[in-house]
Design a protein around this ligand. Structure first.
Ligand code: ZN
Length: 567
């Protein structure tokens, strides 16, 4: 099973739609005609083998393009897989229907558990040929948003920037520069306000129509199904948000008092989003030294992580450093046929470089650990669960942060905790807002902005935009791409963070046990839904009363022991 190949030696090829159609016709025929459960199981195993191959080649095509966006041959391969994606999906949709109609569901359940069947059920509930055209339209509108945001040309101090390029000024040590850069940013949003309003209005109404066509009252239930949530709904999430208001908002208010002290300011405005007077902690060492430090760290952390990280290094499964021609951003992908994950990032000398080595490595470690799961669809869990592995790995690696940050370690840890906690109310605000939007699809754009400000007052009560008009009038969410692109996705980060905090607390109490729980969770991959995985890991369910309260109590205790004047 263990391959010794390096990434560049992984076999790759184009898979043709015709060959898949032919194969599927054969599989479908066997699946539907047979009167034996074993035969259905063996068909599904063959399909899975083919899925492994297909998704590996697709991932390789996409990764190679990301590694060099100027490489025309690489682009052609990626375009090929992008183009055939919907057709392949349609081919598989037929099999999904056959599985859903199978007389042997009990036997299938016995073989793989019921997660597999539930996922198929949910997929089928989100699709009908009747909505094909509307789905295409939705993709178009999404792309329009990407183009609008990506095409921003903002004049600032005599130069032209896009939104990402303007970013570093927002966290500059010079307060005036920060404020002016935000003015420039939101001036651009104000100039394009009609387009942002119109695009969102179209998306909301279209999604509502899709939902109604499929037989739902509004988009909310469909949105949850699209996120493959089989085990909780809007009611549970509402209870989680309520706990954030009750238990997290007060402590974030306290943290903001502390921040004034740290920064030496009398009042905090929106543009004071920096952590320390003289900048964030920086990793010490060259990229090679950081990777060597990580390798040593993962060997000391556990035998499993040691073995995993050696493979990542020896088989050249990481492309970490920023260079010309590389796509921006960071992610983890995988090649199920070869049982290997891959980490892509753009080291740029900030503390984020270390977060790549812990966060993305957490995703990769989970994927590697679940390689023995019997189905490709069990390799990764749903989003809210996937982030538990990555965010918890950020905490499990705390004892080694001195390797990377030396004398700035305490500042790194403070930023990590304060930042993670402060994120929760914002995440809940984005989520609450979206529930209101899809419950009221006919509300005009101006009402959406007024409503946003109401939620902001609830979740982010001391936010002060000073005299920056656009966010002051309730438009800031239009820069949050998830709201346009992936409805109801955002809360996933907050659910996962609540679980990651629990691992942090448990690892302080009993490291060995905490790690065993975590490793078990990683090995389970996506074989269970969120609530099942949380239970398997011995964690408290974030929706339940008392969960956040106890988490926040521990975090507060830690924060109380920090000597702020030393940061
Ligand atoms: Zn992640």
């Amino acid at each position: 099973e263990e391959k010794k190949m390096k990434y560049n030696d992984f076999p790759y090829k184009r898979i043709s739609v015709d060959s898949q159609k032919e194969l599927m016709a054969g599989w479908l025929n066997r699946f539907e005609k047979t009167e034996s459960a074993d035969e259905q199981i063996s068909v599904l195993k063959e399909v899975d083998e083919a899925n492994r191959e297909y998704s590996s080649y697709q991932a390789i095509a996409s990764l190679n393009f990301n590694r060099n966006i100027k490489d025309k041959a690489a682009k052609a391969e990626k375009d090929y897989y992008d183009k055939i994606g919907p057709e392949i999906q349609e081919i598989h949709n037929k099999l999904d229907q056959a599985v859903d109609a199978s007389d042997f569901k009990d036997e299938l359940k016995k073989e793989w558990g019921d997660t597999f069947l539930k996922m198929i059920e949910m997929d089928l509930k989100t699709f009908d040929p009747k909505i094909m055209d509307m789905l295409r339209k939705e993709t178009e509108l999404r792309n329009e948003y990407t183009q609008l945001v990506g095409g921003a040309q903002i004049e600032f101090d005599g130069k032209t920037y896009n939104l990402a390029g303007l970013g570093p000024f927002h966290t500059d040590q010079d307060r005036d520069l920060r404020k002016r850069s935000y003015h420039a940013r939101f001036q651009w949003f104000a100039e394009n306000a009609d387009q942002f309003d119109e695009l969102y209005d179209k998306l909301v109404k279209l999604r509502h129509k899709i939902a109604v066509t499929l037989g739902y009252e509004n988009f909310i239930e469909l949105g949850y199904l699209r996120m493959s949530r089989s085990d909780y709904g809007a009611k549970e999430v509402a209870n989680f948000r309520k706990q954030i208001v009750d238990h997290v908002v007060p402590i974030v208010t306290k943290l903001r008092q502390q921040k004034k002290e740290i920064l030496g300011l009398d009042h905090l405005y929106f543009y004071d989003g920096i952590n320390f007077k003289d900048g964030d902690p920086k990793p010490k060492g060259t990229p090679d030294e950081l990777v060597a430090g990580a390798q040593k760290m993962y060997h000391e952390l556990s035998p499993e992580t040691g073995e995993f990280f050696d493979i990542m290094v020896n088989e050249e499964l990481m492309d970490l450093v920023n260079r010309d021609g590389k796509m921006v951003g960071g992610f983890c992908t995988a090649f199920p046929k070869y049982n290997r994950p891959y980490i892509f990032s753009n080291f740029n000398g900030t503390d984020h470089d270390i977060t790549v080595l812990t966060h993305e490595a957490g995703h990769a470690f989970q994927c590697y650990s679940s390689r023995k799961q019997p189905l490709t669809s069990y390799l990764w869990p749903t989003m809210e669960s996937a982030e538990i592995h990555s965010m918890s790995m950020e905490f499990f690696t705390w004892p080694w942060m001195e390797t990377f940050f030396k004398e700035e370690t305490e500042r790194f840890k403070y930023k990590h905790i304060a930042g993670s906690l402060s994120f929760l109310p914002y995440g809940a605000c984005v989520d609450h807002f979206q529930h209101w939007v899809y419950e009221n699809p006919e509300a005009p754009p101006i009402e959406r902005k007024e409503k946003w400000l109401e939620f902001e007052a609830l979740y982010l009560p001391d936010r002060d935009y000073d005299d920056i008009e656009f966010p002051k009038s309730g438009g800031i969410w239009q820069g949050q791409l998830h709201i346009y692109q992936m409805p109801f996705y955002y809360i996933d980060y907050t659910l996962a963070e609540t679980c990651a905090f629990q691992f942090w607390i448990k690892s302080e109490e009993n490291r060995e046990k905490a790690w065993a729980d975590y490793y078990r969770l990683c090995q389970a991959g996506g074989s269970l839904p969120f609530t099942g995985l949380v239970d398997l890991a011995g964690l408290k369910l974030p929706f339940d009363d008392g969960c956040l309260e106890s988490v926040v109590k521990q975090v507060s205790k830690w924060l109380d022991e920090v000597d702020v004047s030393s940061l």
